[in-house]
Write a protein of this length. Structure first.
Length: 461
C-alpha cells in the first residue's frame, strides 16, 4: 500500500493541485479532519463460511462507516485513496458547494491511487443521505463502496435510537466470489440485478432493539440497479421522510417503492414482547424476501408513535411556478454507437442511452456542453420524458426539486434529489437554480449512467 506524505494531501477546491500548505498551523492540526476515509480493497465475509475477495470499502477493515454530520455545521473529511486505481467521492443528496461534489473533471480531478483529498462542506439539510464513488462507478460500487450519511437536526424528534440500513445486492456466485458485475444486454434494458441481498453488508441481519421503543430506521437503497418494493411487517411503522425530506404527514409503512439512490426514514415502534419480531421485507413477484429482522429485547419501554415530534422541513427554496421557465429532457436510446471515451474512471465500452439525444462522452476532461444553462436564482420546471420501456431513477446533484405532475399517476408533493421516472412516463418537477456550478444529472441505474444516460446542468454564478 502506498503511504501518504503531507505533500500528497491535496487541498479541496475545483482542480486544486496545490500541495497541502500548513500555513500557520502545526502539521498535526492541519492534518486532523473530523472524518477520515481510506478507500481500500479488502477480503470480507458476506456469505457465511466464505470470504469474498477483492471487495472495496471506505475502510480497510470492514463495511463503509456511517458518517454523521450536523445540519449547518461545517465538516471536513480526509479521503485517502489506498486503492490501486483512481476514485472520487460524491455525497448523494447534500446541497453543498460545487467544488466538493466529487464528480471527476466536472468538479475536481480524480484522486489518483496513493493520493488524498480533503472535502469540506456544510450540509444545509438534515436527513438520511449516502456516499459513493463517481469514478469507475460501476465496479467500485459493485465491490462495496456505498455508505450511509446521517445529518442530524438541532432538534431531536424523540426517538430512542436510530438504525441506518444500507440496502443493496452483491453479484456473488455460490462460492461467495464476485461474478461479472453486469451483462451488456441488460445494460441496454432494465439493468443487471445482484444475486445476494444484504443490509449493512450482511444477508438477513438480526438487530436487537429495546422492546416497546421508537427507532428511526434509515433505509438507504444504494444498489446499482434494483427498483424494489419494501415493507415493514410485524410492527407499527410510519414513513416520516423520503429522500431526506420530511413528509407533510407521516404515512403508514404499507409499502414503498425505492429506486437506486433513494432513501426512506421509517419510525418503527418495536413490539412489546421478545416473541414478536418485526421484519424489513422486499416484496418480489416470486415471494417476499426478509432483508432484516428486528428482535425486541427487555421489558417494554411502552413508547407510542404519537409521542414523536414532527421533523422540521429542510430549507429548500420553493420554485416560483408562475414565472418558471420550462426545460425539456428526453431520456432514451442513443442515436449513435460511439462508445464513451476511455478514462482512468472507467468506461464499459458501450453506448446505449442518451439525454436529449446526446450520450455522455465518458468521465474525461472534456470539455462537454451542459444539457442546459440555468440562471442563478431563477425558477425552472424540468420536464422529464422517458422514451424507453425501462424505469430510470433520475438524480440531480447540488439541488433538490419538487415533484409536480406526471402523465401516468398522481405524484405526492415530495422534495427530492432522485425521482423514479417510470417507463414511458412524462414528469414535471420544479426547482430554484440556487447553487452555482456544473451539476451532474444522470440515471442512478449505474449501467445506464455508464452507457450514456448522464450529463450536467450548468447554473451560472
Ligand atoms: Cu436508467
Amino acid at each position: 500500500m502506498p503511504g501518504f506524505s503531507r505533500r500528497e494531501i491535496l487541498l479541496g477546491g475545483a482542480g486544486a493541485l496545490t500541495a497541502f500548505a500548513a500555513g500557520g498551523l502545526g502539521a498535526r492540526q492541519a492534518l486532523a479532519a473530523e472524518h477520515s476515509l481510506t478507500l481500500s480493497r479488502l477480503n470480507h465475509s458476506v456469505l457465511p463460511e466464505t470470504v469474498t475477495a477483492d471487495m472495496m470499502s471506505f475502510s480497510p477493515s470492514g463495511p463503509p462507516p456511517v458518517l454523521r454530520f450536523r445540519k449547518g455545521q461545517t465538516t471536513t473529511i480526509d479521503v485517502k485513496n489506498a486503492l490501486d486505481e483512481a476514485s472520487v467521492v460524491h455525497w448523494h443528496g447534500l446541497r453543498i458547494a460545487n467544488n466538493m461534489d466529487g464528480v471527476p473533471y466536472l468538479t475536481q480531478y480524480p484522486i489518483e491511487a496513493g493520493n488524498a483529498f480533503r472535502y469540506e462542506f456544510t450540509p444545509p439539510d438534515a436527513g438520511t443521505f449516502w456516499y459513493h464513488p463517481h469514478c469507475n462507478t460501476l465496479e467500485q460500487i459493485a465491490r462495496g463502496m456505498t455508505g450511509v450519511i446521517v445529518v442530524e437536526d438541532e432538534e431531536d424528534a424523540g426517538f430512542d435510537s436510530d438504525l441506518p440500513l444500507n440496502i443493496r445486492d452483491f453479484r456473488l456466485g455460490g462460492d461467495g466470489q464476485f461474478i461479472a458485475f453486469y451483462k451488456p444486454r441488460n445494460a441496454a434494458r432494465g439493468g443487471t440485478l445482484g444475486t445476494v441481498s444484504t443490509v449493512n453488508w450482511q444477508p438477513q441481519p438480526v438487530y436487537e432493539l429495546a422492546a416497546g421503543s421508537l427507532v428511526r430506521l434509515r433505509l438507504a437503497v444504494t444498489d446499482l440497479t434494483r427498483v424494489g418494493r419494501y415493507t415493514v411487517s410485524g410492527a407499527e411503522a410510519l414513513i416520516i421522510a423520503i429522500d431526506s425530506n420530511p413528509l407533510p404527514q407521516p404515512v403508514a409503512m404499507d409499502e414503498i417503492v425505492l429506486a437506486p439512490g433513494q432513501r426512506a426514514d421509517v419510525a418503527l415502534r418495536v413490539p412489546d414482547s421478545e416473541d414478536e419480531v418485526a421484519k424489513l421485507v422486499l416484496k418480489k413477484p416470486n415471494g417476499d424476501k426478509v432483508l432484516a429482522t428486528f428482535q425486541p429485547r427487555g421489558a417494554s419501554a411502552g413508547r407510542d408513535l404519537r409521542e414523536l415530534k414532527p421533523l422540521k422541513p429542510n430549507p429548500v427554496p420553493q420554485a416560483d411556478l408562475a414565472n418558471a421557465e420550462v426545460l425539456d429532457f428526453v431520456f432514451g436510446w442513443s442515436p449513435g454507437g460511439d462508445a464513451p471515451q476511455a478514462s482512468i474512471c472507467g468506461s464499459l465500452g458501450y453506448t446505449f442511452w442518451s439525454i436529449n439525444r446526446v450520450a455522455w462522452g465518458g468521465d474525461v476532461p472534456g470539455p462537454f456542453d451542459p444539457l442546459a444553462t440555468l440562471r442563478h436564482g431563477k425558477s425552472y420546471i424540468l420536464r422529464f420524458r422517458n422514451e424507453s420501456p425501462n424505469d430510470h431513477p433520475i438524480h440531480l446533484h447540488g439541488m433538490s426539486f419538487q415533484l409536480l405532475r406526471s402523465n401516468k399517476r398522481k405524484l405526492p408533493p415530495l422534495v427530492t434529489d432522485t425521482a423514479l421516472l417510470l417507463e414511458e412516463e412524462t414528469m414535471e418537477v420544479a426547482l430554484v437554480a440556487d447553487n452555482p456550478g456544473d451539476w451532474a444529472f444522470h440515471c442512478h441505474v449505474i449501467e445506464h449512467q455508464k452507457t450514456g444516460l448522464a450529463g450536467f446542468l450548468r447554473v451560472e454564478a
